[in-house]
Write a protein that binds this ligand. Structure first.
Ligand code: NAX
Length: 327
């Protein structure tokens, strides 16, 4: 069998990890022939709960799982990591302003960025899930001296998968028939789920569904899906978020299908007028752990205004954290 790969995950006692860690340990992340060493970071008060999750991982007797190590020290937790999934973050609590949220997470992601640079493996790939994911990713990326910016990404795959599912349902087609859906901008309610290039069973999606449905149903449904899940379930998306995190990293490492793409929030190179350096979602192709932003897509006026609105929010968040000295 192959050499073991070290996967570091933060927020190990939280609800996403209660799904995610078991998927990773089962082989869903790296494939059925790659042994896994899990390294889990939690805050000190949650170490006991993380130990409980580790006990359950033991009790699964996963053949691929070689070890589970838990720490409240980031450099220790990231030691030798080839994949780091940064799920833990500071949630918004009552009375907290947006600036407070950015600042609390800034402290976490500056420290984690430095710790990744210090102790992760040379082939490190980073996925930030914890919100505000794009800006947390921007902070970690800017504080990980020596780690190429292309190794950092934030998750919009859940939004992407939601968009695929909504389109498939409306078209009465299997999800496997849907291609070239794109999520642009911030993982927030301003995100732009874009069907202008999407295809269903080989046909342009906009010939299968109508524009009023796109504007008044599809876009708001995808943008507000997180809130709808909280309303229905009483807590936020967890299994679907874990699934998207698996999909994101697996697609990054193994590649997008010929002619298809996925959505990832990555450092903008200035493509599509998104200011260079912002971590924004784009349609990307991937191969062997690298990605490329899909080039040359036509952006119509409707799409332009939606992308610009979400990117403006990202620029505001960047300016706020830059003003706090976090970049
Ligand atoms: P939980 O509150 O259940 O778990 C978060 C865990 O992170 C807690 O156990 C907490 O102790 C830990 N934590 C906090 N600070 C930490 C630190 N500095 N180092 C290590 N661990 C730390 O949240 P959960 O439902 O698991 O969600 C995790 C994050 O994912 C949240 O920020 C959430 O907003 C975000 N999400 C992002 C999504 C995306 O698409 N990008 C979708 C799902 C989810 O809402």
């Amino acid at each position: 069998s192959r050499r073991p790969v070290t996967v570091a995950v933060t927020g190990g006692a939280g609800q996403i990890c209660y799904s995610l860690l078991f998927r990773i340990a089962s082989g869903a992340l790296l494939g059925p022939d790659v042994p896994v060493r899990l390294r889990v970071l939690e805050i000190t008060p949650a170490l006991g709960a993380a130990e409980g999750v580790a006990m359950e991982l033991d009790d699964c007797a996963f053949p691929l799982l070689q070890s589970v190590d838990i720490s409240d020290d980031a450099a220790t937790a990231f030691d030798g990591a080839s994949v780091a999934m940064l799920v833990g973050s500071r949630p918004r609590t009552k009375g907290m302003e947006r600036g407070d949220l950015l600042e609390a997470n800034g402290a976490i992601f500056t420290g984690q960025g430095r710790a990744l640079a210090q102790s992760a493996a040379d082939d490190l790939r980073v996925l930030v899930v914890g919100n505000p994911a794009n800006t947390n990713c921007l902070i970690a990326m800017n504080n990980a001296a020596g780690v190429p910016a292309e190794r950092f990404s934030a998750m919009t795959r859940l939004d992407h998968n939601r968009a695929v599912a909504q389109l498939a349902k409306k078209a009465g087609a299997p999800v496997a028939d849907v291609e070239r859906v794109a999520i642009w901008g911030n993982h927030s309610a301003t995100q732009y789920p874009d069907l202008t290039h999407a295809v269903v069973g080989g046909r342009p999606a906009l010939e299968v569904v109508d524009q009023p449905w796109v504007e008044s149903d599809f876009i708001p449904t995808v943008q507000k899906r997180g809130a709808a899940i909280i309303e229905a379930r009483g807590s936020s998306s967890a299994a679907s978020a874990a699934n998207a995190a698996i999909d994101h990293v697996r697609t990054w490492l193994t590649g997008t299908p010929e002619g298809g793409w996925t959505s990832m929030a990555v450092r903008s190179d200035g493509s599509y007028g998104v200011p260079e350096g912002l971590v924004s979602s784009f349609p990307v192709t991937t191969r062997d752990g690298s990605y490329e932003i899909v080039q040359g897509l036509d952006v119509d006026d409707f799409s332009r205004s939606r992308i610009d609105a979400s990117v403006a929010e990202l620029a505001e968040e960047r300016d706020a954290v830059a003003g706090m000295g976090l970049l």
